[in-house]
Design a protein around this ligand. Structure first.
Ligand SMILES: [Cu+2]
Length: 478
């Protein structure tokens, strides 16, 4: 991997002038100004691919540049990214850059931050890659169906000084609902999925194909970038016989640590970077298990050691700690406090919610295209709404999120990396930064941030059918 050189004085000055014209930019952004632009083209369009291998029929999908997953966009921290998107679908789309702190107008939310890109039309996204880390991109129009049909890809911003590893792998993990003919089941947005746990699939893919085995060599150190792009499935990966160290969560560096219970938990939208020293013997095999619960688990993939002699006899003696990104630290003593309450869904206690300004009973909400979820008493009917919360620009804020439903929800906030302070009144170890926080049913969590990125930002569940059911809101930073 290449190492980014520091921006020259000239490029810093040039950048400062250009950015001075925009509304508001955190101080760090002007310093991180790119000296070079990396340009890519993305064309979302129908395509036919093999998800299951040659013994199965091909699958009609929607895909970026005809590939599932879409191309891995890679650039170095501090570089500028430009992506020209041409819509080859027969419906509007946008591209959202999940987890990236970027100017509001580049966030890819239809109506809220840009007009949707109509079929045949184009839109160019351009912003600086402020944070190194593992991110991804996907549409934000009709997301359940567009993501569920295969529109997603990884966006990797390389560290200036990456840890020394022998190999780096990206696993983009999806869960598809296929018919017996390997076609995508077209029952998107049905009431059952919306009101329960979302669109759970029946077929897993990694990077758009089957990954029964992972070939490794004894002694090697691998950095694994895990990205859960599934509509609804929560993964709990256990690397049996190995000791993965989590070095980043949602792209943001964290104190290297072993995952709790040995399971790496990834709700939809979430990422983890892990470093694994493969200490098994040549020829050995181990299972990676998705340990859903103590009663339920399945083999996600099998690690197979080659017969080659070990690359080294003891683990590499090199630091695996990543340099932090320049994210402002909230002042918890002076922070303003806010609350978000999640209600609704099947087996929930919600009696009514506000929909389009009117209070409706739960059965009336069900008749409004299943708007059966609410955030602070409001079921969303569109992306452009009056803000649920308004955060004062430049101030620190603590948001308490309470899940009063019978279902887990990975709650995602755009434009920010927030600290996860506590879960059920217990401090979260390492106070990780994240863009998505997974709440189990009846969980309460506190997150904190400095409101340094101006604009109207989406705050929503990343179980995409829950968004269809109204579980989204706007947080305004002004
Ligand atoms: Cu949800």
């Amino acid at each position: 991997m290449k190492i980014v050189s520091n921006p020259t004085r000239r490029s810093v000055l040039k950048g400062a002038t250009a950015l001075g014209a925009s509304l508001f930019v955190p101080a760090a952004w002007t310093q991180a100004r790119a000296q070079e632009t990396k340009a890519f083209q993305l064309t979302p369009k129908p395509a036919t691919v093999s998800l299951l291998g040659p013994e199965w029929p091909d699958t009609d999908v929607w895909a970026y540049n005809g590939r599932v997953t879409g191309p891995e966009l890679r650039l170095q921290q501090g570089q500028r990214l430009r992506v020209d998107v041409k819509n080859g679908l027969n419906q509007p789309t946008t591209v959202h850059w999940h987890g990236l702190r970027l100017p509001n107008a580049m966030d890819g939310v239809p109506e809220l931050t840009q007009a949707p890109i109509d079929p045949g039309d184009s839109f160019s996204y351009e912003f600086d890659a402020l944070d190194a880390g593992t991110f991804w991109y996907h549409p934000h129009v009709n997301s359940s169906e567009q993501v569920g049909r295969g529109l997603y890809g990884a966006l990797i911003v390389e560290d200036k000084e990456p840890p020394h590893v022998d190999r780096e792998l990206t696993w983009v993990i999806d869960d598809w609902r296929l018919t017996r003919d390997a076609a995508i089941a077209d029952n998107f947005g049905n009431g059952m999925d919306i009101s329960h746990g979302g669109r759970q699939g029946n077929t897993l893919t990694v990077n758009g194909g089957q990954m029964d085995e992972v070939a490794v060599r004894s002694g090697e150190r691998i950095r694994l970038r895990l990205i859960n792009v599934a509509n609804a499935r929560i993964f709990r990966l256990n690397f049996n016989g190995h000791d993965p160290q989590v070095i980043a969560i949602d792209g943001q560096p964290v104190t290297p640590h072993a995952p709790t219970d040995g399971r790496i938990i990834l709700g939809p939208g979430m990422r983890a970077d892990v470093i694994i020293d493969f200490g098994g013997d040549p020829g050995e095999t181990f299972n990676i298990v998705d340990a859903v619960s103590s009663a339920q688990s399945y083999v996600f993939a099998t690690i197979r050691y080659s017969a080659e002699p070990p690359l080294r006899t003891s683990p590499l003696d090199a630091s695996i700690r990543l340099a932090p990104n320049d994210v402002a630290t909230p002042d918890l003593l002076t922070a303003e406090r806010h609350q978000v309450v999640i209600e609704g869904g099947a087996m929930g206690g919600m009696r009514s919610a506000i929909y389009k300004g009117e209070t409706l009973s739960i059965s009336e909400l069900a008749q409004q295209q299943m708007k059966v979820w609410a955030l602070n008493g409001v079921a969303a009917h569109t992306t452009k709404m009056e803000p649920m919360l308004t955060l004062k620009q430049g101030r620190s804020h603590i948001i308490t999120i309470r899940n009063d439903t019978g279902w887990p929800h990975p709650m995602h906030m755009h434009g920010y990396a927030f600290q996860i302070l506590s879960r059920n009144n217990k401090a979260v170890p390492h106070t990780p930064l994240a863009d998505t926080v997974l709440l189990d049913r009846n969980d309460v969590t506190e997150i904190a941030l400095v409101a340094d990125n101006l604009g109207d930002w989406m705050f929503h569940c990343h179980i995409l059918d829950h968004v269809v059911g109204g579980m989204s809101a706007v947080i305004r930073v002004a």
